[in-house]
Design a binder for this molecule. Sequence first.
Ligand SMILES: *Cc1c(COP(=O)(O)O)cnc(C)c1O
Length: 437
Amino acid sequence: MKYYSTNRNTSDVSLKEAVVKGLAADNGLFMPEQIKKFEPAFFAEIQHLSFQEIAFEVATKFFGEDIAEAKLKEIVYDTLQFDCPVVEVTESIYSLELFHGPTLAFKDVGARFMARLLNYFLGKQEKLVNVLVATSGDTGSAVANGFLGVDGIHVYVLYPKGKVSNIQESQFTTLGQNITALEVEGTFDDCQHLVKTAFLDEELNKQLVLTSANSINVARFLPQAFYYFNAYARLKEKGKLDNKELVISVPSGNFGNLTAGLIAAEMGLPVKQFIAANNENDVVFEYLKTGEYKPRPSVETIANAMDVGAPSNFARILDLYKKEHSVIAGKIKGYRYSDKEIRTIISQVYSESDYLCDPHGACGYQSLTDYLTENEVGVFLETAHPAKFTETVENVIGKGKVILPEKLAAFMKGKKKSEQMSGNYDDFKTFLLAQSF
Ligand SMILES: *Cc1c(COP(=O)(O)O)cnc(C)c1O
């Protein structure tokens, strides 16, 4: 399958090129030239398939032309070594728990898939492939853990010294093997600058194979469709969709997750309505209301993975629906919540339904409460485990109430190992060249 750029100012590329390059030459985002549909019969029987089986069917629609069946199956099954279950919160609202992977957030799915796909495409290269990733916390941990132990690839995680939480830091500084953590003197933007400069440095790129692993990569973005199909299958299995239609709410930042859901719907998944749940960073909410898209600097909130002022995947949403505002506003309903509201929601859901939401999932839950009518069932994406935001959550429900999952506790016990790095590009370049093999 070919992939085109949303800016439509450069030629189409192969899957391999889209995955290795990440961003199109004209700075657009790659989109598959064709979105293949499932037959209605597939959905009539989908409840009999396991999550992995469903994911393999979906992956075949995307990647079946480019990867041999047995290999694709291996990549999908190896990626999904954990479940994405649907858990009842109220009679009509369910949580799609995406936090059962190694770093307890949904980004594990895309990062693990991308690592395996990159290994398949580049694994036989003689030269080591170097993945550079700048992180403000969560992306670094998902990418580092996704690529951990994958042959032929070395990952450098750049993070701002003293500006990520201890839990986050432990998830990429304690791994060793093919993961190197670089503790940068500066801010996230400084880390991002070092990475971007490296990609543009011709001399460096002659000596080292460099690639990125950010969320605009199609290999991270498309696999997120897997769990939307699973949500439908598991609700059908429970008999919850017998006379009801499905509404799905997605806590959104860069809108990659929601866009993957929209693509699932284009493939035939019966979803009546999507909801984009936001915090105070509400540029898409405003767009849905007014038709005007006005990106602006983000503001800090307690749902910080959604603190995005210019969502990168918005370009994909515009492309999918030919920039028609009325169509987009029909497909997606917007809701937004202040920090104060998010705290109240976490507290209410905890006391009324005995379910603990993280600050992002809380926005998803509330939007369903605000939207749902009688003949609908709602699912919100619980994008991270509440223990990743222990401080915020315990401020609401009380100290000592959030139990640290074994997986997170294990990271905390590991020994931190990181390289100190100035924010100066020449120092970074010298370091990278000294690492070459
Ligand atoms: C990344 C992230 C989001 C936002 O996802 P997008 O695909 O960028 O919209 C939401 N919640 C959590 C916990 C995240 O880590």
